[in-house]
Design a protein around this ligand. Structure first.
Ligand code: F6R
Length: 607
């Protein structure tokens, strides 16, 4: 995820900005830059790769004197990780520099408008529209220009801005992306993350959505979107740096679980306009889409399970057969592929060796390929014909959480998009879009409904093994739930299609055997219910995952986890959340190294 820092004071800004950016390195980034103002001149320096390169390029900041500045670490979204796309971005008149975290959803239309008005763009980023808008609206009052600019923006943003006509001042703006003001003695700061502040001050103010701040070395002024002054109390930060990196959470995994409403929103919202899904990235014409006869989804691990969950929505809406294959199998399976096959490759890292090999194999056989990837510019993204990015931000915990939910979100949107192009959802677009847009809120509700999971973990953490059962979409989600549990808690966990139990596995069910039963698919609930009764009658302890107030399940299960009412077609994104939490708290009870489970790597670049 991108990081922002800002400084104004009596000392040279560049070394302080560089030090702040180093503190943000743990969040992951692929390029970085700073802008420093010396009297009325703004100097920008940017690099790709590490902050160390920026230190080298600027002689640890000594080459850029000036006591006011802003800095940024970029995790590429719109446009490759290049120096041109790195922040800060400058206005055409050289008066403004801007750094930005978040996503501007309407940047395409703003960009076209600004180009028509004569503004020149140097990058592919969504951010650059902001600095040109500020220039356009500036009439000698930065505050007013910022208010007018943000009135035109849709999306999430934390902004840092400097203006050469206001030496000694830095401006901060927040909308749906964190921004914290640091209060020093004769100096003030802002940052997207307290880790960048705690070496200088522990007295901070958390900006709220829709608020703007004007910082000079002596003062901090906060105002709202009408320009009215807002007063905010300072908070004292008590976390140590390590806790601060994790946003106060004990582990990155928990932080990333909690980031899912934002990550799913960042992935979905910019692609919905006027009640339809848009994928500018996907260059397939309507005719080419009509000609798809078969879809193969391939990936490894959780990304493969994301494919298993997405298959249901694509088949249901598009009526195209979808085969989900493990990449490590597909690459050696002599796959049957022709020009009517669409290959969908899913990978968080974009560097998984088997996934890359399967993609190459299928491309050689004539498949059109579409990658769903989180890391911009990664190998999978480069190899595929088309790439849709998940915009989850960097994932640091080895076990994926927001990577998985954003992958499934893209598959859901893709199902709606393809079905729309094929003319198969006329009259239903509104309801489907509404269901997609509800997902971030429903994930949040799933958190609220499951405060009992730490207690459940205390009950089940000592089990020898745990079975997961479900049917259809519930089965696909059970696969991911079992993987999460086994990889971080080292408990044996297996998922079964509930209807398959009596073909063998039921022999393993004995007194007190825990069974997690997923019953979130109303159309098939009665069938899963009878499987629950089967295992209960053999002594199993059933921990059911179902809708609130589902009386039938309440009366048979021993323990419960809940999801809110979701559209069954798109349920995986919400339904997986309680299972992620269960895995997390069981692993915590077992004292495991949750963020770095043994024998696992974040990116599996070998076969
Ligand atoms: C499990 C997990 C792995 C990955 C798999 C594929 O929590 O993270 O199973 O999903 O190694 O990785 P990517 O998505 O990077 O290709």
């Amino acid at each position: 995820m991108c990081g922002i820092v800002g400084f104004t004071g009596a000392q040279n800004a560049a070394p302080i900005l560089l030090e702040g950016l180093k503190k943000l390195e743990y969040r992951g980034y692929d390029s970085a830059g700073i802008a420093v103002m010396n009297e009325q001149k703004i100097t920008v320096q940017k690099v790709t790769g590490r902050i160390a390169n920026l230190c080298e390029k600027t002689r640890d900041g000594l080459d850029i004197p000036g006591t006011t500045g802003i800095g940024h670490t970029r995790w590429a979204t719109h446009g490759a990780p290049t120096e041109e796309n790195a922040h800060p971005h400058m206005s055409n008149d050289g008066k403004f520099a801007v750094v930005h975290n978040g996503i501007i959803e309407n940047y395409m239309s703003l960009r076209e408008e600004l180009i028509r008005d004569g503004y020149h763009f140097e990058s592919e980023t969504d951010t650059e529209v902001i600095v040109h808008l500020i220039e356009m609206f500036y009439r000698g009052d930065v505050r007013e220009a910022l208010i007018r600019t943000t009135n035109r923006l849709r999306g999430s943003y934390a902004l840092g801005v400097i203006c050469s006509e206001e030496p000694g001042k830095i401006y901060a703006v927040r909308e749906s992306s964190p921004l914290i003001l640091g209060i020093g003695l004769g100096e003030n700061f802002f940052a997207s993350d307290v880790t960048a502040l705690v070496n200088h001050t522990r007295n901070v103010i958390y900006l709220e959505d829709g608020e703007f701040a004007e910082l000079s070395k002596e003062s901090i002024r906060i105002f709202d979107c009408t320009g009215q002054t807002v007063s905010r109390k300072a908070t004292r930060i008590l976390w140590d740096v390590q806790a601060a990196e994790k946003g106060g959470y004990e582990h990155f995994m928990l932080k990333e679980i909690m980031e899912q409403p934002g990550a799913v929103k960042a992935t979905i919202a910019p692609r919905i306009r006027d009640g339809r899904v848009f994928f500018e990235e996907l260059g397939l014409s309507s005719d080419e889409i009509q000609n798809i006869r078969k879809i193969i989804i391939t990936a490894c691990g959780s990304a493969y399970y994301a494919g298993c969950a997405g298959k249901y929505a694509i088949e249901k809406l598009c009526r195209i057969p979808v085969v989900v294959e493990l990449a490590s199998e597909l690459r050696y399976s002599d796959p049957i592929i022709d020009g009517h096959t669409l290959l969908i490759v899913i990978s968080q890292s974009g560097e998984t060796a088997d996934t890359i090999a399967a993609l190459k194999e299928c491309k050689n056989r004539g498949a059109r390929s579409l990658a769903i990837v989180n890391v911009v510019g990664s190998s999978v993204a480069k190899l595929a014909d088309y790439t849709i990015y998940t915009w989850a931000g960097p994932e640091i915990a080895v076990a994926t959480t927001k990577g998985y939910t954003t992958q499934v979100s893209v598959l859901y949107m893709l199902a709606v998009y393809l079905a729309d192009k094929m003319g198969l959802i006329a009259g239903r677009e509104k309801q489907l879009i509404h269901s997609l847009q509800a997902l971030p809120r429903q994930i949040q509700q799933a958190f609220d409904l499951n405060s009992g999971i730490p207690a459940l973990a205390k009950k089940y953490h000592g089990s020898k093994s745990i079975f997961f059962i479900g049917r259809n979409t519930d089965y696909a989600i059970a696969l991911e739930g079992a993987l999460k549990l086994k990889e971080i808690s080292y408990l044996h966990a297996e998922a079964y299609a509930a209807g398959e139990l009596k073909h063998g596995t039921i022999a393993l069910i004995e007194e007190h055997q825990p069974v997690v039963a997923l019953c979130c698919n109303r159309s098939i609930m009665e069938k899963t219910l009878s499987n629950i009764v089967e295992v209960k009658s053999r002594g199993a302890e059933v921990l059911a995952l179902t809708f609130r107030n589902n009386q039938k399940i309440l009366s048979v299960a021993d323990d419960l986890m809940f999801i809110p009412d979701v559209d069954a077609l798109f349920s995986a994104v919400v339904e997986i959340v309680p299972l992620q939490l269960l895995a997390y708290y069981v692993a915590r009870e077992n004292g495991c190294d949750i963020d770095k489970p043994k024998n696992l790597a974040k990116s599996v670049t070998v076969e």
